[in-house]
Ligand binder design. Sequence first.
Ligand code: BES
Ligand code: MN
Ligand code: ZN
Length: 489
Amino acid sequence: MPENFEFLETNLDLIPEVTGRIAAILAPDGGLDQVTRRLNKLTKGAVLRVTQDADFHKRKSGEVITLAYPMGVQAKAIDLVVLDKRAERNAARRAGVSLAKLRGNEELLVLAGALRFADSFFQGIALRSYNFLAHKEKKDDSSFGKVTFSHNKMETLKPLLETSVAITEAVFFTRDLVNEPANILTTTTFAERLMDLVPLGLEVEVLDEAELADLGMRALLGVGQGSASPSKVVVMQWNGGAPDQQPFALVGKGVVFDTGGISLKPGAGMQDMTMDMGGAAVVAGTMMALASRKAKANVVGLVGLVENMPSGTAIRPGDVITSMKGDTIEVLNTDAEGRLVLCDVMWYTQERFNPVAMIDLATLTGAIIVGLGHENAGVFSNDDALCDALLGAAKSENEGAWRMPLGAAYNKLLKSRIADMANIGGRPAGSITAAQFLQRFVKDSTPWAHIDIAGVAYIKSDSDHAPAGATGWGVMTLNRLISDQFESP
Ligand code: BES
Ligand code: MN
Ligand code: ZN
């Protein structure tokens, strides 16, 4: 991806040569700066016609006005982005997103001038410049043209832009994993892609089925036992903090395909269950972001990789399994598999790392989509401070997140006649009983948050930062949470 971006000091002499599109920042008061003045001159006054239009004052911040095939330049279009040069971060990024939507795949010269949060503006452009082309034989008409991004203070801006690129690449890594079909991204190839992160400085360890059996992860192994792909747990460690600092932990659900198992899902729409490893992908992307920006924190990321298939060896409804913690679980529905994977990985994470805090991410329930749609992830937490910090980080990154309740009263729904608990709680409060199930595997001393991303990880229509398909929701939020809360200054 980086080869698709070039960063330059503002150079107005480039304008006449561009054949794609040119974008510039236009102040909402209509005042011209050095860039827009030059564009106005070259186009024989077209920019002034825009600002002198009687309705110009009605233009909203972030709106883009396009001059199509303007005279005086070779470019196909000049995109005037209405934005105060002192606009807030989020506004700058939203404007970048709008611009990126307009450009399609066209080559783009951005003249950001003196824009304050130019790295956010750039990140908006970069985040939206994504397509999943891995399996298109004809890539030419959908691959992106280069973005040349220029600014008056490029020397000071460049390191910030490079961080934006690193974070965007991590988001794209997550999106690619989520978009990848299940015949390509098996438990084995998923683990291999995580091993590929080692050169960034991450420690990556893959636990195989024999090791998981020795650890007693019978719940996780139960989910994968019907599949030809072997179950795995991958442990990623980023040690950028003080050696004695307890790590912060991320845990992800990595069901590479969820058929429902013997409690088989209906056929219609089942293909979407290729995204059921979204939690694991967000954990992986976040670890990548931390490593590439050399975060001053110790963070562990653990993912449980399994495939939920029906077969002669699959787990049955009614089976009783023993979790690593020792609690027994009656599997009343093999389609409630995510919590079985997470409970063992979460327990293992706490036993091995004694983390300062733990956040798990999972495409856990259809019920969270009923509750929150595709705009917000559902957040459950046993710790107000952690939860507030998480929601705050999500807000700054413009990723929707909404707190949901936990409560002992929901526990009765998880009662089992023959085991310590059942793996489903019936239709009411489906996302809460799932979270309540997970909480049984969280030590009282561990500040914990569970994020149900079933509605936000993968969306059928375009979202703010991403085209249809995988969104990468959460990588930016978690990266910010860690930099704001867990990094030594
Ligand atoms: N992976 C699904 C949840 C899901 C549904 C994710 C739709 C993304 C989109 C999960 O494993 C599941 O099947 N949950 C069941 C739980 C039920 C059996 C208690 C559900 O939500 O229906
Ligand atoms: Mn399921
Ligand atoms: Zn699932």
